[in-house]
Design a protein around this ligand. Structure first.
Ligand code: GLU
Length: 293
């Protein structure tokens, strides 16, 4: 890569191949391309396939075909997250060494049962902005020699960030630069509204939050353009960037494409699926109009 290439803004579109793309993804991909072109930047494609149970090569192939039909062009090689687990593990280990992460042994069902039992008292259990209950304190409070013993016994576990300890360590407000549709300017991050976020799963050696910040840094991404549904996640991403000493991109969270009932589109919705629109004979230009570009 030449020096002038290296200085260009870098955008990325980062779909998960756990289903076919819909109009919301089309808006995201088209905006990334338009903004990259307007700023004489580069556009990368990243396949976020760490969830090995739900992501498939077949969905990936369909995504590539639909993006091509939409008229999106991206640089090769495509980065596929499932090929980079050791990089995410290295970041995780750095945080384990600093005592900011602990192994979490409760299954999803066990967490659910604890939350349900607590809520019979009429009190609400705290939840993340995406509605997931905060992880109970039990494992966070466990002394290290104890969790090391449990780990040695081979028990399945995830790794979670000790949010309170981390925020005490950072000890300052964090901000990110936002150029998005509903809010713009310097946005104060609020990682405290999240519980102890998951950084590595029992069934995948990373998590969305960890791999996205590691990859954005490794790929030199300067502009993250994505849907408003990920606005709150940016608080966690800023925190991880500071902890791992990674640069911060500029963020642009765009409006979501909603269905006729005003709900966010899901991957199972046939009629807004790009494959379906393509089969109906629509063109990439028609999709542009459908998403209001
Ligand atoms: N892989 C995520 C998704 O498909 C997008 C992640 C991001 O843009 O940060 O929703």
């Amino acid at each position: 890569m030449t020096t002038s290439e290296r200085q260009k803004p870098v955008f990325r579109f980062a779909p998960s191949p756990n289903g076919p793309l819909h109009l919301g993804h089309a808006l995201s991909a088209l905006l990334n391309q338009d903004m990259a072109q307007a700023q004489h930047g580069r556009l990368l494609l990243r396949i976020e396939d760490i969830d090995l149970t739900r992501c498939t090569p077949e969905f990936e192939a369909v995504i590539l075909r639909d993006l091509d039909w939409l008229g999106i062009g991206w640089e090769s090689p495509v980065r596929r997250q499932s090929e980079h687990f050791p990089e995410y593990q290295a970041a995780l280990h750095a945080l384990i060494e600093r005592g900011l992460v602990y192994p979490a042994f409760l299954t999803r069902g066990e967490v659910k049962a604890r939350v349900a039992a607590y809520e019979t008292t009429g009190e609400l259990w705290p939840r993340d902005p995406d509605g997931t209950p905060h992880y109970p304190a039990i494992d966070r409070e466990r002394p290290e020699h104890e969790w090391r013993e449990i780990l040695a016994s081979g028990k399945k576990h995830a790794w979670r960030l000790d949010m309170r300890k981390t925020l005490d360590l950072i000890g300052e407000l964090l901000f990110w630069t936002e150029t998005g549709d509903t809010r713009s300017g310097e946005i104060a991050a609020e990682p405290e509204v999240w519980g102890d976020v998951i950084l590595s799963r029992s069934d995948a050696p990373s998590s969305y939050h960890l791999s996205v910040v590691v990859d954005d840094a490794l790929q030199g991404v300067t502009h993250v353009v994505r849907g408003l549904d990920l606005f709150h996640a940016t608080s966690v991403h800023r925190l991880l960037q500071v902890l791992l000493g990674l640069p911060q991109p500029i963020y642009h969270h765009h409006r979501l494409v909603l269905d006729a009932d005003g709900r966010k589109l899901s991957k199972s919705e046939g009629d807004s699926g790009l494959g379906e629109l393509r089969a109906q004979g629509l063109s990439g230009a028609d999709v542009r109009r459908l998403v209001g570009l």
